[in-house]
Design a protein around this ligand. Structure first.
Ligand code: AMP
Length: 406
């Protein structure tokens, strides 16, 4: 778990505000759910996923309740839908931290942030395109260029079930040649074996049956419409038949955004897909859902690698230097701030030299200096910190002066 210090934290806030603009312009409203849920909310996302079996921060609280810090937000959104029964379609977005007990490394942390959207109650392939396009637009607004969109369809649940059996047969035939981890995964969820990045598994993955051979007509038509829609919007993508994702509930469209600058084990900047059954498993009516989650930490690493979306904390307009020792620094700083200017000051009655040093370090455009002479004359000295002549002006002109020269 990491601390995010200023000025880096500035990017986090702007990241969220750009995301908010993109999704609210598309009719999504913010859903805020608790960081802690009943552990059952999360175990339902898939008994065969590492997120659930190995990584949950689950514990018993003082009331003997089995709870967990959330490892992701899709399950919480579906729980909220089942609980509040809003009128579908329900289009929501979210932001916030998630927790997984993973082996931490660059781009993989135990507390990490996501932004995302989920839409519940719509089965239309055009919505799949809308959801993917939102994430795509967002990456573009950050300035990222090296993001690859890969898409796949897992077919209808029946198609997927037949495919899973074909995969099981295929991988079982490999026997002990598969890695031990993949044999374990195979016993629980053959689809996830396709996810293995371990070298000995590679030839068996390459020769595995392809999901497209199992698509029903409906699944084929849905996937074709998604691809046509992406093409119509000019969004480049690649179909990746071996793309699978964690949730057991995924069906039809799934997608991932991969960063071109990151290590392959951590190159997924975000991903999502269509799912069924999750709302139902959480006590609601049968409801189709689709959404994505984008990792904030990892996306910012990709921004660093591409040299885009740097930190730009708001610069100070003025730094007040008071050597008169009265309450001038207090009142002038307050006036500047009340006028909408960004202002800071020195404390602790420091020397003029020490205060000017602080003014310099603050990055403020102007130092506003008040000594005993200025105080007596009802004036202030305004000194441009980037160079140029300082001016003595009536104190009542200070705000318009700073505003005009900003
Ligand atoms: P997932 O919910 O596993 O599909 O993850 C969606 C996105 O969240 C990923 O593409 C990552 O960008 C991000 N993410 C997931 N797990 C972590 C982690 N442990 N540390 C940092 N980012 C993560």
């Amino acid at each position: 778990m990491r601390d995010i210090l200023p000025p880096d934290s500035d990017r986090w806030r702007r990241f969220n505000s750009i995301f908010t603009e993109v999704v609210e312009a598309a009719g999504y409203g913010q859903l805020m759910t608790p960081l802690i849920e009943d552990v059952g909310v999360f175990t339902r996302i898939g008994e065969a996923t590492d997120v659930v079996t190995k990584e949950l921060y689950a514990f018993e609280d003082r009331g003997g309740r089995h709870v967990s810090l959330r490892p992701e937000l899709t399950a919480s959104v579906c729980r909220a839908y089942a609980q509040h029964r809003p009128t579908p379609p329900w289009k929501v977005w979210y932001t916030g931290p998630n927790f997984r007990q993973e082996k931490a490394q660059r781009g993989r942390y135990r507390q990490f942030d996501q932004v995302g959207v989920e839409v519940l109650g719509v089965d239309d392939a055009d919505l799949d395109v809308e959801v993917i396009a939102l994430a795509w637009d967002f990456y573009r607004q950050l300035g990222l260029q090296r993001v690859d969109l890969v898409v796949n369809s897992l077919g209808e649940p029946d198609d997927r079930a037949r495919y899973v059996e074909a995969l099981r047969t295929h991988f079982e035939a490999a026997g002990d040649a598969l890695t031990e981890q993949s044999r374990e995964t195979l016993a629980k969820n053959p689809l996830r074996v396709l996810d293995s990045k371990r070298e000995p598994d590679a030839p068996f993955i390459a020769s595995a049956p392809q999901i497209a051979e199992f698509y029903s007509d409906d699944a084929s038509a849905h996937f074709a419409r998604v691809q046509d829609g992406l093409t119509a919007l000019g969004i480049p993508f690649a179909v990746e038949p071996k793309l699978v994702r964690g949730l057991d509930y995924y069906r039809r469209t799934i997608f991932e955004f991969q960063g071109g600058t990151l290590d392959s084990a951590q190159n997924a900047l975000g991903g999502g897909g269509r799912y069924d059954g999750l709302v139902e498993a959480l006590g609601g009516p049968p409801t189709p859902g689709i959404g994505f989650a984008l990792g904030v930490d990892r996306t910012l690493l990709a921004c660093d690698d591409e040299g885009v979306f740097a930190s730009e904390p708001r610069p100070l307009d003025a730094f007040v230097v008071d050597t008169a020792g009265g309450s001038e620094a207090l009142t002038i700083t307050a006036e500047l701030r009340a006028a909408g200017l960004a202002a800071d000051r020195a404390f602790d009655g420091r020397s003029m030299k020490a205060q000017m040093k602080l003014a310099n370090r603050s990055g403020a455009a102007f130092a506003v200096i008040v000594g005993t002479d200025e105080l007596a004359a009802g004036a202030v000295v305004v000194k441009p910190m980037a160079g140029g002549d300082q001016q003595t002006i009536p104190r009542s002109d200070l705000i318009p002066h700073v505003k005009a020269q900003r």
